[in-house]
Design a protein around this ligand. Structure first.
Ligand code: NDP
Length: 327
């Protein structure tokens, strides 16, 4: 038997609870993992609370990421005792996920984490941090360099935002952090933001084009915020869009794209090809200051995950939440 969060949906409604499951109930897969840590990402918050249509099969064990040790494997690339990390691939949505003491997965979904990181550190980073790295890599791929000017990060005090600020600052960029929490200004400056601005500058309907300011941006918020970020991005600047914390809509015009040559780069971490995700993890080992990681992380036990999922969606959590599934 193993402990897990289980989401059920039936005539009695949508509910998440901590329970014990039998290993025989685990889904099909060629690698069984003893999970050590998982995390709470925004998507896990939506899944656990039922506030977003994340879960597409019931009953479901949530948790879009996990770190642990191989307990059993018929996959040629993974041996018993090896450390593995998983992000995405529909895990926690259509396949049982990481908020449990055991997971059975397809070996092709797993990566071997950089030796520099402990299992806890990989989940301090989690899908949020790995997505932040994909956003930074997209800016680089499209030619944004530190000397080009300021980079804006929206939703900056959240998980993706915090890691994006830390990564960009370490790589020499001048980072402007947009946040709705004035009390987080000191935290964001510790991570490397040069300036912290109020998110109300972006979250209402704006003009098709605004004063050119950003050489690049990482947007975790979507909706009017993303539209206004594109409108204020400089000629040939790049916006990496990965999130929808304000909304899924994009009430924008094509003006920034056709008049200023702005590039809107979409970021998906879930089905990102293996080679790119391995590169992202190698880059995280090189470009993220591990001393900052512990400072942006709160650790909870599996038994607290349901309560903390509500806090995450309420926007009251700063940085990352790592889940020790053994308690
Ligand atoms: P968090 O909840 O940790 O952070 C989201 C942040 O967005 C909040 O901390 C807050 O920042 C800001 N925010 C929240 N509500 C609003 C609002 N109504 N208007 C403006 N800003 C708001 O989530 P994560 O960092 O884990 O994820 C961020 C987004 O990225 C989510 O939408 C998530 O689904 C998405 N995501 C996408 C991935 C992909 O593969 N594309 C992978 C991972 C995440 P502040 O307090 O600083 O204003």
């Amino acid at each position: 038997m193993f402990k897990a969060i289980l989401i059920e949906k039936d005539d009695a409604g949508y509910r998440s609870h901590l329970t014990e499951l039998d290993e025989a109930q685990l889904p099909e897969g060629d690698v069984t993992v003893k999970v050590e840590y998982s995390t709470l990402n925004y998507k896990d918050g939506l899944a656990i609370t039922g506030k977003g249509p994340v879960v597409r099969r019931f009953p479901m064990v949530p948790g879009v990421d996990l770190a642990g040790v191989v307990e059993d494997s018929s996959h040629p690339d993974f041996r018993i005792g090896e450390r593995v990390v998983l992000n995405g691939w529909g895990v926690g949505e259509v396949h049982w996920g990481g908020l449990a003491e055991r997971a059975r997965l397809k070996g092709e979904w797993l990566i071997k984490p950089p030796a520099a990181f402990s299992a806890r550190q990989t989940m301090e980073i989690g899908t949020a941090g790995y997505t932040a790295m994909l956003c930074v890599m997209a800016l680089e791929k499209h030619g944004v360099r530190p000397e080009h000017g300021e980079i804006l990060v929206t939703g900056a005090a959240g998980g993706v935002g915090s890691v994006a600020v830390a990564l960009l600052a370490r790589l020499g960029y001048t980072v402007v952090a947009a946040s709705g929490r004035p009390a987080s200004a000191g935290y964001l400056k510790t991570l490397g933001a040069s300036t912290v601005i109020d998110r109300t500058e972006f979250n209402a309907p704006g003009k098709p084009l605004a004063r050119e300011r950003w050489a690049g941006a990482v947007d975790t918020v979507g909706s009017h915020t993303l539209a206004n970020v594109c409108a204020s991005t400089r000629y040939r600047g790049v916006v990496a869009a990965c999130g929808l914390a304000q909304g899924m809509d994009l009430p924008a015009t094509v003006a920034p794209f056709i008049l200023r040559g702005v590039t809107l780069a979409g970021i998906d971490s879930v089905f990102c090809p293996l080679a790119e995700r391995e590169l992202a993890w190698q880059r995280l080992a090189r470009d993220l200051d591990p001393a900052l990681l512990a400072g942006i992380t709160r650790e909870i036990g599996l038994s607290e995950a349901i309560a903390v999922a509500g806090e995450l969606l309420a926007g009251t959590i700063q940085g990352r939440v790592v889940v020790d599934v053994s308690r």
